[in-house]
Every structure is written in C-alpha cells, then in structure tokens.
Write a protein that binds this ligand. Sequence first.
Ligand SMILES: C[S@@+](CC[C@H](N)C(=O)[O-])C[C@H]1O[C@@H](n2cnc3c(N)ncnc32)[C@H](O)[C@@H]1O
Length: 270
Amino acid sequence: MKNVLLSLYSKFPHWYDSLYGQAVSTEVSPSLEFIQWFLTYKKIEINNPDHLILDMGAGTGRVLIPLTQKGYVIEGMEPFEGMMEIASKKADKENTKISLSKGSYQTLMANEKYKLIFGLNGTMAYLTSSEEFIQSLKNIYRALKPRGIFLVDLMNFYAIIKKYKHPEPKEIDLEGKQGLLVVSYGPDPTRDIWIHHARIFLKADKTPKTDPFLLYEDIHELIMINIRELKYYAKLAGLEFVENFLSYEDRPDERKKGSRIIAIFQKPHK
Ligand SMILES: C[S@@+](CC[C@H](N)C(=O)[O-])C[C@H]1O[C@@H](n2cnc3c(N)ncnc32)[C@H](O)[C@@H]1O
C-alpha cells in the first residue's frame, strides 16, 4: 500500500476494535444497523447465492461476521493481513465460517459477480488521487452484476469542520492495561487531506504516580472528497448515482442530517 502511515492496520491490528469498536462485541454499531436496514430496503435476500455481497475493506470483520451469521451470502476483502487475521480469529471464536481474501479497491478483478459491494467506515478515503478513484470505480463497475449496487460510506469532512469540536481524550482498555486515546484532527488544505492523528498513552505499571507514557502514535491521511467529485468519478466509470444518505440514521421517509456521505450508485442494465 502506498500510504505507509497506517501503522494501526499494519502493526497493531489487534488494537483496532478496542480503539474504534463497540464497548462490547455484541453491541450493534450504527454502521452495522444502517447496512442491515439497507439490505432489507434493497431486497437483498439471505441464503441466495445470486445475491452475493462484497464487504470491501472488511477490517476486523465487524460487519462481515454478523452478516454472515444472519445468513447473507457475503465475501470480505481487506488489504492488511493483520486485520484479516483478527477477523478470522474472531469468526473462529464464534464458530462462524467467513469468506475473506486479501485485496483492495485497486486490485479488485472480479467480473459481474456481486449484487452489492459496500465499503463502510471510510475505506475509500485511503485512495490518494483522482486516478486511483477512477480506476477503483471502474473495478467496482466490472465486479458488479448489471443493476448491481455500490454503497460507499465516507466522512463528510466539510460537515465536521462546520461543527468542529476538539475530541475529548478517551479512556481505553488495551489487553488489560489502562490507557488514554488522544486524537486530534483537521484539514491540510494545501493537499485536500484530512489528518487524523492518534496517540495512546499508557499508565506506567506498578508505579501509579509516574506520568503516563506515549506508547504509540498513528497518523492517517484521508482524502477530503466531496459528493460532487465522487459522483463525477463514478459517472466516468459508468455508474449511475441513485441517492445519498447524510448519516447512519438517515432514511428516505425520515431525513436525518449528519456528517457522512453514504452514496449509492448502480450499474445500469445492459
Ligand atoms: C476505518 S477501517 C473500517 C473497517 C471496516 N469496514 C469496519 O467498518 O469496521 C478502514 C478499512 O479500510 C481498509 N483500507 C485501506 N485502504 C484500502 C483500500 N485501498 N481498499 C480497500 N480497503 C482499504 C483498511 O485496511 C481498514 O480495514
């Protein structure tokens, strides 16, 4: 991968769920709740191999595992082996057989295979250039069956800037050790990049009076794409724009604004 700063995904994948996951593993995250509603909304059927789904950038299987358990015919794809290992271990623990392979938007080679491809929680923000977006969307187009759907879920950085609030430090539990996750973020307008800078401090063992020490630092650079650009790249790849949801709670009959871009595209019928 070009972006060498993603040390969380490559070096510390076992921390991902503690840092950004749910408090308990059985808790349903807003993104999981949204995708479950979306599958019903789009009449994607369980146990139907013609309704094959791809979870692109499946990470630690936070969505892949529960959807497999519900009976959806679903595959996951993930570029980082460490993240894949965590997903497989979690699935084994729950006696669930997941289908997960190594790959990315850039390497997706399937042909008319999927009824639905989704990328939840900012997977596409790791693409670094217009060329990568267009190539990736062409790969998505090829991989979808005719009338197949692509759902891309990204942060809407412009909405976040509008109500900017410095994130509060968060108490975390890392393999039984108490720590503090301190995140700062903001735009680098010269590069249209959003910098997400996370630091973890751990309390020193056995000596409670010692100052916490910096254990780890992780910088993610995310592309600040907006819906207009995304629609344009998708159109170049042959995909038709269908609709956009502004939050995980947004529904066609009950609009709820938020700071996400959850854009839906469709491959036209031949
Ligand atoms: C914030 S995590 C979200 C993981 C998962 N989708 C979820 O909702 O829990 C972003 C994921 O995108 C993956 N990713 C990064 N670059 C990618 C690319 N070029 N293609 C596909 N996935 C990518 C990362 O490895 C990571 O698993």
